[in-house]
Design a binder for this molecule. Structure first.
Ligand code: ADP
Ligand code: MG
Length: 665
């Protein structure tokens, strides 16, 4: 396999950027498929409406003029003669192209047509004209410093001479008549027409699903054979702890505690998914699990996806365990070296009962003793590979996964096919329903009014601004615009701050702390992850462009408010897809909402499950490709049954995949 650094033009810097996109080898690279396609075809300007997309070629008619403004931004304008029309072209942050735009040079522009001003707001300028035949182009995710078109160039380079790995057994390829893998990969990057592209994608999607289901099925089949830790713990002891809590557990919580207790006192190894809405009380169930494990004489580790969440868990959990004399420690990547060394040495000496942290928990120099239970919070953010990390440390602990994205049973059985599932369906009593309000972009004044009502009551507000994904610059502009708008309305009396991906985690933690202490009243955040936090005084969540999110994600977001006895609100601002969003105004039940998400099959982010390493699908989408998934499930199970002797599998990559899976446990 060609190495990434052997590709023309790829040096250490590009390697680092590729890594950022999760591209670590040439297979990752060729599997870095476009996230959408663009049909390149000359627009008929006459028939375009206001704000339509436009693709047009012509010659530069005037010398481009450039103005610069803050944050190193610039705006370039010039006239383009298309032969039939004179158009004004405006493009941001491409001043560096100015010298290539000589008068009379032929170019193509892609952008949005402002008919009223006869202006194209261009997103892309290309040199040369359009061909008369339409073509299809992939659009790739990019990162700052590495454009999609550069990535495409590297992909083409690798594909020139490539021996592609094919995981799907020959018999299945011919059964479904899938396109040859290498041809399919080439087609997906260089589509010849829509029909052939779809055909190519079908086979590649199947492969992704096949790999996933093969692993799931393998783990499930082997799981039944695994022997775990048997603990001797009297439930009376556990009950005392439960009765000592400041609240009464709900029925579902009690059932969950029972499931976990049974797993921990029996030899069966626990491999359980605990799912329930944000705020349904999963954490306390996990805490009780850790207590049972402690009584059994073992150490527990709890892994959270972010520093902020880990810190929050640590502070809550230490409080609860304080009077039991149970030793709780925190380990994250952001600890000072001396503190980290201190914690690591405590762990090495076996002097920690409960360890809370981030990925830092699975770094090499941490040596666990009697690690009996591992809990991963928001498990969909971790992959299969990370699950095995503890096992590679010579431990084979019981495992509890937690997910705040409840999904209906049928889908859960597929997604979490290798686990047992416990669901918390009811919320603790006394919890107030979050009133959800849908507003269009033109009703922004109403939204500000609603915000003012809450601010007046000395409550706090989260504002979510979804990322646009395609461009860091646009994101920053968008956030600044909203921050400016809010500052104009409230800045005089209230403090407003924004939390975004460009900040260091120290800066983020600092801001969160200030928000917690009510030194900030309005917190603008760009991502879902960073609001994974508990601030009871925050009573309002305002989500801009909410159509960009899946229903389940929106539901999770609003779960950040309504955490006290105060009335709480969620305002969804959206210029489109309001019909889909209406369900959120009607129900607060995460299971119902996720079911609806599936039924609608609209665009969406698939519950954020897409982020997971388990479900590392580039093309497949279990929502759209559910029937393909079911085929892959059945085929892979059949395959495993017919190939019990792994050594005899003649596809070496498939063999290696199964061996790797067998090491995951
Ligand atoms: P989750 O982890 O499911 O998002 P948490 O465990 O963080 O939810 O619970 C949210 C809040 O509800 C916490 O402050 C927790 O102490 C509280 N809580 C949990 N269970 C109950 C209960 N049965 N009755 C009242 N409050 C509860
Ligand atoms: Mg939680």
């Amino acid at each position: 396999m060609q190495k990434l650094e052997e590709i023309k033009g790829v040096g250490p810097k590009t390697l680092g950027l590729l890594k950022k996109l999760n591209i670590n080898n040439s297979y990752d690279l060729i599997s870095f498929y476009p996230f959408r396609y663009e049909v390149i075809k000359r627009s008929d300007v006459r028939n375009l409406k206001q704000d339509d997309k436009i693709i047009i070629d012509g010659v530069v008619e005037s010398i481009p003029s450039v103005v610069y403004f803050k944050r190193k931004m610039n705006k370039m304008t010039f006239r383009l003669n298309t032969g039939n029309f004179l158009l004004n072209v405006t493009i941001f942050n491409r001043a560096f192209l100015k010298n290539n735009l000589a008068i009379n040079s032929t170019i193509t522009i892609i952008g949005k047509y402002d008919k009223l001003k006869n202006t194209v707001i261009a997103s892309d300028i290309r040199f040369g004209g359009l061909s008369d035949k339409e073509s299809i182009e992939g659009v790739y995710h990019s990162t700052y410093g590495l454009s999609g078109s550069k990535i495409k160039k590297y992909i083409d380079e690798v594909l020139k001479d490539y021996d592609v790995i094919n995981y799907v057994p020959e018999s299945i390829v011919s059964k479904y008549n899938f396109m040859n893998k290498l041809e399919a990969v080439y087609e997906v990057h260089n589509p010849s027409n829509i029909q052939k592209l779809e055909q190519a994608k079908e086979g590649l999607k199947y492969e992704e699903l096949f790999i996933f289901m093969l692993q799931m099925n393998y783990l499930k089949l082997s799981k039944n054979k695994q022997v775990g830790i048997k603990r001797n713990v009297d439930f009376k002891e556990v009950n005392k702890f439960i009765e000592d809590l400041p609240f009464k557990l709900t029925e579902d919580q009690l059932t969950a505690v029972n499931d976990i207790y049974n797993d921990l006192v029996e030899t069966t190894k626990m491999n359980r998914m605990l799912q329930g809405d944000v705020g349904s009380g999963k954490t306390i169930v996990a805490i009780i699990g850790m207590y049972i494990n402690y009584l059994g004489g073992y150490m527990s580790a709890m892994m959270a996806p972010t520093e902020v969440l880990a810190n929050q868990h640590y502070s809550n959990i230490s409080k609860i365990f304080k009077k039991y004399n149970i030793k709780v420690a925190l380990l994250t990547g952001k600890l000072k070296k001396s503190e980290r060394d201190r914690v690591a040495s405590l762990i090495n000496k076996g002097e920690v009962d409960i360890l809370i942290g981030t990925h830092a928990l699975i770094t090499d120099d941490i040596n666990y003793h009697k690690l009996g239970l591992v809990i991963t919070d928001e498990q969909h953010r971790f992959g299969v590979n990370q699950r095995s990390a503890f096992k590679n440390k010579g431990e084979n602990p019981d495992i509890l996964y937690m997910s705040a994205t409840p999904i209906p049973r049928t889908y859960a059985l597929t997604l979490y096919g290798d686990m047992d599932i416990t669901s918390i369906k009811t919320m603790p009593s006394g919890r107030k329903k979050v009133t959800t309000i849908l507003k269009s972009e033109t009703e922004i004044m109403d939204v500000l009014q609603l915000m003012y009502q809450e601010l007046k009551k000395k409550h706090q507000i989260y504002v979510i601004v979804p990322l646009i994904e395609e461009s860091d610059k646009l994101d920053m502009e968008w956030i600044e615009k909203i921050e400016a708008q809010l500052n104009k309305a409230f800045g005089k009396y209230f403090k407003i701050a924004s939390l975004h991906g460009k900040m260091s985690s120290d800066e983020k933690a600092e801001l969160m702390e200030q928000f917690k202490q009510n030194k900030i009243q309005i917190l603008i955040s760009t991502t879902v992850i960073e609001v994974g936090i508990d601030v009871a005084n925050a009573t309002m969540m305002v989500i801009y462009d909410s159509y960009r999110f899946g229903l389940s994600t929106l539901h999770q977001l609003r779960g950040r408010v309504g955490r006290s006895n105060l009335d709480s609100y969620c305002v969804l601002i959206s210029g489109r897809e309001t019909k889909r969003l209406e369900i959120l105004t009607k129900t607060n039940d995460g299971f119902v909402i996720s079911e609806e998400d599936f039924k609608l099959r609209g665009s969406g982010d698939l519950f954020g499950v897409r982020q997971s390493g388990d479900m590392n699908f580039m093309l497949a989408d279990i929502k759209y490709d559910y029937s393909l998934l079911l085929k892959a499930r059945d085929d892979s199970l059949e395959f495993l049954k017919q190939n019990k002797d792994i050594e005899k599998i003649n596809n070496p990559h498939l063999k290696e995949l199964i061996i790797r899976t067998s090491e995951l446990g």
